[in-house]
Design a protein around this ligand. Structure first.
Ligand SMILES: [Zn+2]
Length: 364
């Protein structure tokens, strides 16, 4: 009996750990006071990406007041939890997908600070990508279940449109474009619109329809490459967002009450986001273009690390994340990690590689 129980526990632990590859941490600063009024969502079949079409501060206040999204991702890569992810958020409005109306009832909504037709920066894209990846894994959703608000929104008949029509808004439109999908690590998108196909809706916006299902890609060449992302992530100005997101931590922590009472909300976002930049990083900016000079200065082996006065500060485990070991310096150019025998500097490392067993090296 005990043996059977122990076996079951072991199995459960295994499942839990394989699911919790999360690297995403969200802030509760703008958690909505509407949470208690919102019902628990019965199913989660889509992740809907929005663009706020407004700056961060006003967007966060409005989203929080009205409970209009589950998460909001700022330009600095800061992720704010608005409505608890198992509850319903009112983000999709008048909506339909494959014949089913009221998409709020079966989706997660992520607001991204920005505009439907303007490129986003690499740090923000990286944060959206991480959040989407975590939610996809959590709810077992395939890439084509990550849609834009404009995929699912529809308009009622009006002066210009006699029928119910797709194209009520272009919200989140850029997230359907091939270059953006690639940057977000998404290999597929919805292939067709079943609602206009079946005549439930008419096509009210030809251009939008071409963006969602055709080849229009106005973001091509305008968004960050992985290399640029690493450099941007290491820039002190952007570091607030990255620092506050744990690396290799467990699943998104349970929804907690807001850190500050709602009255404290109007504080400028920037004031919260930016911890003072680490001294060394300020004196030595990590993103330098020179090649030959640097490559000789960069240690490539353990012996070279030791020769330069580095020692192991700690080894990453389930309980001990890179940020716990190195603090804010985890992604600095002068912090190194030994990943499968390879020395990688903090400003070059992909956070997903900072798994158990990786040693973190810092100056003595
Ligand atoms: Zn929207």
């Amino acid at each position: 009996m005990m043996k059977k129980f122990a076996g079951k526990m072991l199995f459960l632990c295994f499942c839990a750990s394989s699911l919790s590859v999360s690297a995403v941490e969200a802030s509760n600063r703008y958690r909505s006071p509407r949470n208690p009024e919102r019902g628990i969502r019965r199913s989660t079949e889509l992740i809907v990406l929005h663009t706020t079409e407004a700056p961060a501060r006003s967007s966060l206040n409005k989203l929080s007041d009205r409970g209009e999204a589950h998460y909001c991702v700022t330009e600095e890569g800061m992720i704010y939890r608005i409505v608890d992810r198992d509850r319903e958020a009112f983000h999709a409005g008048r909506s339909m997908w494959r014949g089913r109306e009221d998409v709020d009832k079966y989706s997660i909504g992520i607001e991204c600070v920005g505009y439907h037709n303007k490129p986003m920066g690499p740090v923000q894209i990286a944060a959206i990508r991480d959040l989407v990846a975590e939610l996809k894994a959590m709810y077992r959703l395939s890439d084509d279940k990550v849609v834009c608000h404009s995929h699912v929104a529809y308009g009622a008949p009006n002066k210009w449109q006699k029928r119910r029509h797709r194209g009520r808004k272009r919200c989140g439109m850029l997230f359907a474009m091939p270059s953006m999908r690639r940057a977000l690590g998404l290999k597929a998108r919805p292939a067709f619109d079943a609602d206009t196909g079946a005549g439930r809706l008419s096509i009210g916006d030809d251009y939008l329809n071409k963006v969602l299902y055709g080849r229009i890609d106005t973001m091509a060449g305008r968004i960050g490459t992985p290399k640029k992302q690493a450099a941007a992530a290491a820039r002190p100005a952007d570091s607030g967002g990255w620092f506050s997101r744990l690396i290799g931590s467990k699943k998104t922590p349970p929804e907690a009450p807001p850190a500050a009472p709602p009255a404290a909300k109007p504080r400028p976002v920037a004031a919260v986001k930016k911890p003072p930049p680490p001294k060394i990083s300020a004196a030595k900016p990590p993103a330098r273009p020179a090649k030959t000079a640097i490559s000789s200065a960069v240690p490539r082996t353990v012996a070279e690390l030791k020769a330069r006065g580095y020692e192991i500060k700690g080894t990453i485990s389930k309980r001990r994340t890179a940020i716990k070991i190195a603090g804010r310096a985890w992604n600095r150019g002068d912090t190194y990690s030994l990943v499968r025998g390879k020395v990688v500097s903090g400003d070059k490392i992909d956070a997903s590689r900072l798994g158990a067993g990786v040693s973190v090296w810092m100056k003595k």
